[in-house]
Write a protein that binds this ligand. Structure first.
Ligand code: 4AD
Ligand code: MG
Length: 463
C-alpha cells in the first residue's frame, strides 16, 4: 500500500490513486446516506482530508461509529474528486484501523475554539490545533530560508558554544551553569570558590553567539550562528522569552550601511519565502488573527526600509504630542511604546534606527567620531517593535579596551576578543534577528509564548 500524506492526497492530480493515510481524527459525522464523514489531519498541511467510511466496512458499527476527536487512525482507500466545497479530493475508505482512541470525556481538545491561554496549559497537545500546526510549519520554513539565504550569499554556519564564560550583552541577565551543590558550595574567604566548579570558573548559558562569531568572521569573511540563547531578564512581557532562538550573521569588511542593506535583504527574503511557500497557513492567520496581515506584509516587501538616526527618532517622539509612559529624552533607551509608534504610526513600515548613545549600548559597538554615539542599528517593524539589533564592531584595540573598562568588564577575560583587533583587525559588522519576534511579525500573533513549542519565561519551565 502506498503511503501518502494528507497534503498530497488533497491534490486533484492524485484522484484515482489507492493510498494509505495515517493521522488524527478532527471530527466525525454520521450520514444517513450509508457512511460517515471523518476529517483527518496529519500535520502535513492546514487542511484536513475528508474520509468517506461506508457502512459496509467490517468494523463500521464497532469502531468507525465511535471514532472520537483526537483518535489516531490508518485508512486505506481510493482518492476521488470531491463534490464538497473547499476540497478538491476525498478518500473512500476500504479499510480503517483505529490505533489509539482519545476518550472524549478526558481529551481536552474538542472541536470548539480554545483560547491561547488555555492552550498554553496543554503545550504538549496544542501542536494538534490549526493555529499551532500553522505556526510550526512557518517556523520550519523560516529556519530553512535563513540557511538558504546565508548559504547562497557565501556565509558559513558556525556552531558557537551554548556554555560560555562571557556576558556578550553586558546586561547581567545570565543563567549560571554549575555542578556545585547549591546547599553546600565550597567556600574560600567567605565566597563561593568557583575554581572548584566544573570548568574551574563561573560559566553561564550564552546570551549571544556574537563574540565567537566575530572570531570566525575575521577568518572566513562571512559567517552566521543560529541557535538558542538564554536571558534571565525578569521581563514578563509578550515580547520576551528566557530561552529564544537568534540568528546572528557577522561580516568582515562590512560597515554599518552594508549591515543595514543585509538586514533588509534578509528580512525580505524570509518574508517572500513564507508568503510563497506557506500561502495556506498565511491565509489562515489573515482570516483568524489579523485581517490586515497580508496587505501589511506585502507592503513591507515593496517598500525600502526607512533609516533614521536615534537623535532624529528622539525629535519625532518628542514632537508626537502624546504622553509617554516612559519619558523621551536623548540618552534614554527607547521602549516598546516608542518603537511601535515609529514603525506603526509615524512611518507605517519598518524603520532602521542607528547611531545610539554610547552609554546605553554594549561595549563592542564602534564609537563614532562624535564620541557620544556608537554605530548601533535596530530594525523596528509594525506589530512587534525591535526585531533586529546589530552594529558595526569596534575594531580599534585601544578604544575597545577603554570601553570595556568604562563598562566595568574584566579585560583579562576578554583578552582573546581584544586579540582579534591586535592581529589583522578589520572593520566588521553583524546583527541578531530574534526568530520568535520574526514569527510574531509574520503571523500577526501577539504573544511570543505562542510561537515557540515549549516557552520558558519567569516561573515557567514546564515540559
Ligand atoms: O538586540 P540584541 O540583544 O542583540 C544581540 O544580542 C547582539 N549580540 C546581536 C548581534 O549583533 N549579533 O538581540 C537581538 C534580537 C532582538 O532584536 C530581538 O529580536 C531578539 O534578539 N531578542 C529576544 N527575543 C525574545 N526574547 C528575548 N528576551 C529577547 N531578547 C532579544
Ligand atoms: Mg536590542
Amino acid at each position: 500500500m502506498e503511503l501518502m500524506r494528507v497534503v498530497e492526497a488533497r491534490r486533484p492530480e492524485n484522484v484515482g490513486r489507492v493510498v494509505r493515510i495515517r493521522g488524527w481524527v478532527r471530527t466525525r459525522r454520521d450520514s444517513k446516506a450509508g457512511f460517515s464523514f471523518i476529517e483527518v489531519n496529519d500535520g502535513s498541511c492546514l487542511g484536513n482530508l475528508q474520509i468517506l467510511a461506508p457502512v459496509n466496512l467490517p468494523n463500521y458499527e464497532s469502531i468507525v461509529k465511535h471514532l472520537h476527536t483526537g483518535a489516531s487512525i490508518v485508512v486505506d482507500g481510493t482518492i476521488q474528486a470531491s463534490p464538497a466545497k473547499g476540497q478538491a479530493t476525498e478518500l473512500v475508505a476500504q479499510r480503517l484501523e483505529l490505533l489509539g482512541d482519545a476518550d472524549p470525556t478526558l481529551y481536552p481538545l474538542q472541536k470548539k475554539n480554545h483560547t491561547y491561554e488555555f492552550l498554553r496549559t496543554i503545550a504538549h497537545l496544542r501542536p494538534r490545533t490549526n493555529t499551532f500546526g500553522a505556526v510550526t510549519r512557518i517556523r520550519h520554513r523560516v529556519s530553512l530560508s535563513i540557511h538558504q539565504f546565508f548559504h547562497e550569499n557565501g556565509f558559513y554556519y558556525i556552531h558557537t558554544p551554548i556554555i560560555t564564560a562571557s556576558d556578550c550583552e553586558g546586561a547581567g541577565a545570565l543563567f549560571r551553569v554549575t555542578t556545585l551543590d547549591p546547599a553546600r558550595p565550597p567556600l574560600r574567604d567567605g565566597q563561593v570558590d568557583y575554581t572548584q566548579d566544573f570548568f574551574g570558573k563561573p560559566t553561564y548559558l550564552t546570551v549571544s553567539g556574537q563574540l565567537q562569531a566575530e572570531a570566525y568572521a575575521c577568518a572566513l569573511g562571512k559567517v552566521y550562528t543560529f541557535g538558542p540563547t538564554f536571558r534571565a531578564e525578569n521581563s514578563n512581557t509578550t515580547r520576551h522569552l528566557a530561552e529564544f532562538w537568534m540568528v546572528e550573521p557577522e561580516m568582515a569588511f562590512y560597515e554599518l550601511a552594508d549591515n543595514m542593506d543585509l538586514a533588509e535583504a534578509f528580512l525580505k527574503r524570509i518574508l517572500r519565502d513564507v508568503l510563497q511557500e506557506c500561502a495556506e497557513d498565511m491565509r489562515f492567520f489573515q482570516e483568524r488573527v489579523d485581517p490586515n496581515l497580508l496587505q501589511r506584509l506585502e507592503q513591507v516587501l515593496q517598500t525600502p526600509f526607512r533609516r533614521i538616526s536615534y537623535s532624529e527618532a528622539i525629535d519625532i517622539l518628542a514632537r508626537a504630542g502624546r504622553v509617554w509612559e516612559f519619558p523621551v529624552a536623548w540618552g534614554k533607551d527607547l521602549q516598546s511604546e516608542h518603537e511601535r509608534y515609529l514603525a506603526e504610526e509615524y512611518f507605517r513600515g519598518p524603520v532602521i534606527l542607528y547611531d545610539y548613545p554610547r552609554s546605553i549600548k554594549p561595549f563592542y559597538m564602534r564609537v563614532n567620531d562624535d564620541g557620544r554615539t556608537v554605530r548601533a542599528m535596530d530594525v523596528l517593524v509594525p506589530g512587534v517593535g525591535e526585531i533586529i539589533g546589530g552594529s558595526q564592531r569596534e575594531e580599534r584595540a585601544d578604544v575597545l579596551e577603554q570601553r570595556m573598562r568604562e563598562q566595568g568588564l574584566d579585560v583579562e577575560a576578554y583578552r582573546w576578543y581584544l586579540e582579534l583587533r591586535q592581529f589583522g583587525s578589520v572593520p566588521h559588522s553583524g546583527f541578531g534577528l530574534g526568530l520568535e519576534r520574526t514569527l510574531l511579525f509574520l503571523t500577526g500573533l501577539t504573544n511570543i509564548r505562542d510561537v515557540i513549542p515549549f516557552p520558558r519565561y519567569p516561573g515557567h519551565a514546564e515540559y
